[in-house]
Design a protein around this ligand. Structure first.
Ligand code: GLN
Length: 480
């Protein structure tokens, strides 16, 4: 119906219209986008076979290395870092014809839940610009919600795809650990990090996952198993699917609006022929405490590479080598990143490693066993994605504990290495989106997508079709 160039130009127009309010991007790659689009149009004119993403404008979180384009992790440390190589996940997008419109803003080094720790300024939520978009992939989520790209890649270590997807009313999928290559993803916590799509429908998430999933010899943790046909799985019937609602996710501290929307979603799944029942995962609540030992420990090791020598920032005026490293790290890292490095270094230090790090690894196993027991009875598990909807900018940024609690429901899934999807399931009383989380057993992305798609098709239009207020006035003046 339209050329890749027309679609790209319309998307760039929308991006330019919303970006002054949102600040969802660290870099906009308009020239590259138009060149990508022209190549697709030329291929089509020449009758060459086109990839499934040919001409589709996408955005990429700024912690995935893009060859020749700044990859900052929203940190002063990497402000001028231009990678000499491309991440595997993004390389696969370009091979299938996708068009890069820009790199998206994030919490610094993906540490945060609000995109407020970015060294280059916060991103706003398109549903209510005084609220945060969630994080750390807040730029990707806001860009998709506002139509500044058709879909985006994010990364999820403890909820960073699903929680912003939930806050911005879009779909976000964290695949099984090892499903998508981490080659070229700037490491935060290597045993938890995973790349995945943010999109405006479940079908789009399936399209992107189809392209980025699969073994990569450059990532030793990438799984050597075939990639199923995710698109085909969308058409499979959901009748008889056993869904367990995790009881521990509906207690005190969960907003009543959220509980109400999730219960309505569960009833909807029931009406579709799924069997929805309660299940208990008693260790679920230990996820945050466990994660805030393991993730900072891994981060403290991974971030040791930013020493002012190999690449990234180097502070001026140092008296000697040690002084240079200390100054570089003090200037290059923001307060949240420094806090994580300090926590992790402490948890791994000689006198404490058994009491903290090793103990946390044992609890991690217990959490995994809880899920194993639940999956013996159920095909999928269901929770809210977040205990609340988007909170006001500035509200939690000085209270790390309140910020960490935003990931209560998403973190245990990373600790267990499982796939999970967040999809819109309604609006709260302020008109802000609520996210439903479906959790699958290892490598069960197809089933997740199948049930999520069935729900999305059956739910009221409000649940998945409404557009954030920010873009409503633009729908007729720019791209629609
Ligand atoms: N918000 C969590 C954290 O700050 C998770 C972040 C993520 O998934 N990258 O660590």
């Amino acid at each position: 119906e339209c050329s890749a160039r027309e679609l790209t130009e319309a998307t760039l127009r929308r991006l330019a219209a919303v970006e002054p309010v949102l600040h969802a991007f660290t870099t906009v790659t308009a020239e590259r986008a138009l060149a990508d689009a022209d190549r697709v149009d030329a291929d089509r004119a020449a009758g060459r076979t086109l990839g499934p993403l040919a001409g589709i404008p996408v955005a990429v979180k700024d912690n995935l290395c893009s060859k020749g384009i700044a990859t900052t992790c929203s940190s002063r440390m990497l402000e001028h870092f231009v990678p000499p190589y491309e991440a595997t996940a993004t390389e696969r997008l370009w091979q299938q014809g996708a068009v890069l419109v820009g790199k998206t803003n994030m919490d610094e080094f993906a540490m945060g839940s609000s995109t407020e720790t970015s060294a280059f300024g916060a991103t706003s939520n398109p549903w209510q610009p005084s609220c945060v978009p969630g994080g750390s992939s807040g730029g990707s989520a806001a860009a998709v919600a506002a139509g500044a790209c058709a879909a985006a890649l994010g990364s999820d270590t403890g909820g960073s795809i699903r929680q912003p997807a939930s806050f911005c009313g879009v779909v976000g999928l964290k695949p099984t650990y090892g499903r998508v290559s981490r080659w070229g993803l700037v490491a935060f916590a290597s045993s938890l990090d995973q790349v995945g799509p943010l999109s405006s429908s479940v079908a789009d998430a399936a399209e992107i996952l189809q392209v980025v999933a699969g073994h990569d010899p450059r990532d030793a943790t990438s799984l050597q198993v075939p990639v199923p046909d995710y698109r085909a799985s969308l058409r499979s019937p959901v009748k008889g699917c056993r869904v367990g609602m995790i009881r521990e996710c509906f207690g005190a501290g969960v907003s009543p609006d959220v509980v109400q929307s999730i219960q309505a979603a569960a009833a909807q799944l029931d009406a579709l022929g799924c069997h929805v029942e309660e299940v208990s995962c008693p260790r679920f609540k230990d996820g945050i405490a466990t994660y805030y030992i393991i993730a900072p420990s891994e981060a403290s090791a991974n971030l040791a590479r930013y020493d002012g020598v190999k690449y990234g920032l180097r502070a001026e005026g140092a008296r000697n080598c040690g002084d240079m490293t200390a100054r570089t790290r003090a200037q290059g890292f923001g307060p949240e990143v420094q806090r994580r490095i300090l926590i992790g270094t402490y948890a791994l230090s000689a006198g404490y490693v058994d009491a903290y790090y090793h103990k946390a690894q044992q609890v991690r196993t217990l959490i995994r066993q809880d899920f194993d027991r639940a999956f013996a009875r159920f095909d999928l598990l269901l929770t809210p994605t977040s205990p609340c909807t988007a909170f006001a900018a500035g509200e939690r940024v000085d209270d790390p504990l309140a910020m960490y609690l935003a990931d209560l429901m998403t973190i245990p899934i990373n600790l267990a290495g499982l796939p999970a999807i967040s999809l819109p399931c309604g609006l709260d009383e302020r008109g802000l989106p609520v996210g439903l989380q479906l959790i699958g057993n290892v490598l069960e992305e197809a089933r997740l997508l199948q049930v999520a798609h069935a729900y999305e098709q059956a739910a009221s239009p409000l649940a998945h079709c409404s557009r954030p207020p920010l873009v409503r006035p633009l729908l007729h003046s720019t791209a629609n």
